[in-house]
Design a protein around this ligand. Structure first.
Ligand code: PEP
Ligand code: MG
Length: 905
């Protein structure tokens, strides 16, 4: 035996593990142990630790010495528990072998069922079960799974697309059924299954060159190894990359006594959620299939029946519920649901099997859910007294909130359209996009920024990347609990499954719905909350005023301590942000008035100013610009009445504003009354090799002080005008791209002079805060001096990331995706703050600044202000507030409250 304990048994009402041992036993293993401890009916088994998986990989894909001895010792405990014996000719125990990582990776790794069936054990099992058909059905399943998972995938055989052993055996099965005129697997007779088992074995020998093992011991060892191998299978790796699951975690292997849902009509298998995972309703929600094994439910081969009558829907209302068909077992399952929810205090996803009316629990885990469901469940459980306010806050992943703010189909427009097909509502919200019939196509379209709907025959875990790339997912087959439906729901992606009206023709690249053909590239609209499909484009709207969200955010506010502002530059965005709970504006980019709606007139003046021949001409155009700036400033400040608004002086390199086309340049030349050659000359003179490091930010104000002067004047005038109108404007001005205190002083002198003039002109005093952005590494180092002049700092982490990494913000995408793939960086530092490097500088900047001014107000206004992980970091370094785009305000508020709760101690 090895020094480490690799094997933990469970069964009866005892277990060596428990729920909080997920890191070692994986989610499945820990929860199986916990269910035993809760006294639930769980088939006995053992869990091989995740540590063993790590050791297996460290050991060149060899099982640690002594592991199998430990496994066999564990199996004898299982045998005692079940009253059966592995590899016994008369009373044989069969085993399943399943994966189970720390965090669930639905369908991404492999499973082998019915291990232990061999020529030695088949006759005894037939005698004992008195059900030869069932035994051969189990046997052919073992052969199919084992060949695929153990003999092909785990051995690294990579057959060409479509000729994998599983596919070949499936085809054999389908052809045989066709020949015999059978509709379903259940039509196959004992003799058919016997014949097929033999045929499968021959095919395996032919394709793989090896015999299917008839030795039970060898079968188990192969199964264990194959599960470890599947940790590094293609789909598992893709899923980990998307979900950010570390490669080092490894998977556990659960070896468990088989129970059979395919023993006849009093046997069944099912999957359920203790509450509705799509909308969070407190109803037992699940699917079951009579005379089937678990793989049949999740694979989406047969349409499952509803668990109970209350949750029937359009698609399955004709099917018999478990509530009606097996009332006593259903009642027992309901009791288990209550026990589990009380113990776990969360919504769970469970798997069960009924063997001849006896119920067995095979799995429970915290259920994946949409953002809407997460919110509803947290608020309900709070009311039910199951969880505390703090727990309710921590239950919602901040990025899940985004789903609730995401658009849905406009119900008015939707009512005017005809539903062309209906499916199961597997993922929420709405999606409008062009049809993509393959994952490759969805990924290609996404790269071209074209929104797509991925339409597939069935939900398939191998499709994760394509599913990710599409805005919505539509499948012809599969149930609400099919693996990909789970995955889509976990992402909060609009998804409809089991839409049987769809017929896909991959050769023609079309889909046919009720006799009408739609091509790849045609537009579809999905209502993922109802399961409705529309042809063409249905209008989308924002999901507004949601009372549950409001109630939740009120609780969030009780715990949040760090401020949340918004980056906004229009009255509309400002109002939106206030509705989402913003406490002020942390970044108003003045230059944004030259983009977008109503920008033509000010942009025309700005261009003339930029291309002016001399200072006098520049000043002339700046005077013309003044009223526009004042108006823009006033509009937003008015909406933000009583809340601080931080205006940032014009920052970008000026050449960004000049016309790029010859036509535009000619028109401008005419307006300026100069020749085309002259305007070309002036535009060329603005050219810089590294514009991001060139004449921008505060440098503009140093080189052309009159540009700063006009902005100060307009800002001060706007503020005093609002005061005169009885408003309460709270003005803050910040200087971008500062590298030294002398720059700040230089600009402050201009501001002071202009202030005095404006005050005199208006006969009124003005108050405002004068601050700076900190977005160049040097500024963080000299922050102590900068704080002598600055009333506040606002960290521009976009530029700070650019300047710290030396990555150009505008061109770095290719490098970043390569770096991420090659694991050189863990994440895109422009999305999630690099806490070690850039974050280190932020910390340095804050500390130095507060050496000079202990109460110095510090905020962040780069994109990271709306990224939950970054917000948590900003909390830990003592940031006064974060500022983000209006839609991210609720996310930042939640992330800030969660940080406050997490770091309370
Ligand atoms: C920043 O650099 O983080 C910032 C907010 O400024 P901008 O994105 O406008 O450069
Ligand atoms: Mg910047």
């Amino acid at each position: 035996m090895s020094e480490k304990k690799y094997v933990y048994t469970f069964g009866g009402k005892t277990a060596e593990g428990k729920a909080d041992m997920k890191n070692l036993l994986g989610g499945k293993g820990a929860n199986l142990a916990e269910m035993c401890l809760l006294g639930l009916p769980v088939p006995a088994g053992l869990t091989i630790t995740t540590e063993c998986c790590t050791d297996y990989y460290a050991n060149n894909c060899k099982l640690p010495t002594g592991l199998m001895d430990e496994v066999w010792a564990g199996i004898s405990v299982v045998e005692k528990n079940m009253g059966l014996k592995y590899d016994d000719p008369e009373n044989c125990l069969l085993l399943s072998c399943r994966s189970g990582a720390r965090s669930s990776m639905p369908g991404m790794m492999d499973t082998v069922l019915n291990i232990g069936l061999s020529s030695k054990t088949l006759p005894g099992l037939i005698k004992k079960s008195n059900n030869e058909r069932f035994v051969y059905d189990s046997y052919r399943r073992l052969i199919m799974m084992y060949a695929d998972v153990v003999m092909e995938k785990a051995e690294g055989r990579e057959p060409a697309e479509g000729v994998g052993i599983r596919k070949l055996l499936d085809e054999k099965l389908d052809n045989y059924k066709k020949e015999k005129g059978y509709k379903s697997d259940t039509d196959l007779t004992t003799n058919d299954l016997k014949y097929l088992s033999d045929e499968f074995k021959k095919e395996i020998k032919k394709q793989i060159g090896q015999e299917f093992p008839d030795d039970a011991k060898k079968q188990l060892e192969g199964g264990i190894m194959a599960v470890f191998k599947s940790w590094n299978g293609k789909k598992a790796i893709s899923y980990r990359r998307i979900e950010g699951i570390p490669d080092e975690w490894g998977t556990a292997v659960n070896v468990q006594a088989m129970v059979f849902g395919n023993m006849g009509d009093s046997s069944a298998t099912g999957v359920a959620f203790t509450r509705n995972p799509a909308n969070g309703a407190n109803e037992f929600y699940g699917e079951w299939l009579v005379n089937a094994q678990g793989e049949d439910v999740v694979a989406g081969i047969r349409t499952p029946s509803p668990l109970n009558n209350d949750t029937k829907n359009e698609q399955n209302k004709h099917l018999v519920s478990m509530e009606d068909s097996l009332p006593a077992t259903y009642k027992e399952l309901c009791e288990i649901r209550d026990i589990l929810e009380k113990a776990y205090r969360d919504m769970l996803d469970i798997e069960f099997t009924i063997q001849d009316k006896k119920l067995y629990m095979l799995q429970c885990r915290v259920g994946k859910r949409t953002g809407a469901a997460a919110l509803q469940i947290a608020m309900d459980m709070l009311k039910e007294g199951l969880i505390s306010e703090k727990e309710a806050i921590l239950r919602i992943n901040p990025s899940q909130l985004e789903e609730l703010l995401f658009p849905i189909l406009d119900s008015k427009d939707e009512a005017k359209q005809t539903v062309i097909a209906k499916g199961l509502p597997a993922g929420p919200g709405g999606a409008v996009g062009v049809i993509a019939l393959s994952c490759e196509e969805a990924m290609r379209l996404s790269k071209e920024k074209i929104v797509s709907i991925l339409v597939r025959e069935e939900t398939n875990p191998e499709d994760v990347e394509g599913m990710r790339a599409a805005a919505g997912i539509l499948t012809a087959r599969g149930g609400m609990t099919s693996h990909a439906a789970l995955v889509a729901r976990g992402w909060g992606k609009c998804c409809i499954v089991g839409c049987e009206a769809i017929h896909i023709n991959m050769d023609k690249k079309t889909i046919n719905i009720a006799g009408k053909e739609y091509k790849e590239g045609d537009v579809l609209s999905l209502n993922g909350t109802k399961g409705f499909v529309y042809a063409g484009k249905v209008k989308m709207i924002d999901a507004t005023e949601n009372p549950v969200l409001k109630g939740f955010m009120e609780i969030v506010e009780k715990y949040r301590t760090m401020g949340v502002r918004t980056n906004a530059d229009t009255p509309k965005d400002a109002q939106n942000a206030i509705n989402f709970g913003a406490e002020g504006i942390g970044l108003f980019r003045i230059e944004h008035m030259f983009y977008g709606e109503n920008s033509e007139a000010p942009l025309a003046v700005l261009r003339k100013m930029i291309l002016a021949a001399d200072t006098a001409e520049r000043k002339k155009y700046l005077n013309e610009l003044h009223p526009y700036i004042k108006q823009a400033v006033k509009g937003t400040m008015k909406v933000m009445d009583g809340k601080p608004v931080t205006f940032r002086l014009i920052d970008p390199p000026l050449h960004e504003f000049v016309p790029q086309t010859e036509k535009g340049q000619k028109e401008l030349a005419a307006e300026l009354k100069i020749s085309f050659e002259e305007i070309k000359r002036r535009i060329d003179a603005l050219h810089e090799v590294n514009p991001m490091m060139g004449l921008r930010g505060v440098r503009l104000g140093v080189v052309y002080p009159e540009i700063s002067e006009t902005q100060f004047d307009a800002l001060f005038e706007a503020t005093l005008e609002l005061k005169k109108e009885g408003c309460n404007p709270i003005l803050e001005i910040m200087v971008p791209l500062t590298i030294s205190v002398t720059e700040l002083k230089h600009q402050k002198e201009i501001a002071d002079r202009v202030q005095a003039e404006v005050e005199k002109r208006n006969g009124m005093k003005l108050e405002y805060l004068y601050g700076t952005m900190i977005e160049i590494p040097r500024a963080t180092i000299v922050a102590k001096q900068i704080a002598e002049v600055a009333d506040f700092f606002s960290f521009g982490t976009n530029d700070l990331t650019q300047m710290t990494f030396g990555f150009s913000r505008d061109d770095v995408n290719v490098i970043i995706s390569e770096y991420k793939d090659k694991k050189i960086i863990p994440a895109d530092p422009f999305q999630t703050l690099d806490t070690v490097g850039v974050g280190g500088l932020v910390g340095v900047g804050i500390n130095f600044g507060r050496e000079t001014k202990p109460d110095l107000k510090v905020g962040v206004c780069g994109e990271h202000g709306g990224d939950p992980a970054s917000v948590e970091f900003f909390y830990t370094v003592g940031m006064t507030y974060v500022s983000c785009s209006p839609f991210r305000v609720p996310i930042a508020r939640l992330a800030a409250a969660q940080a406050a709760i997490k770091y309370e101690k």
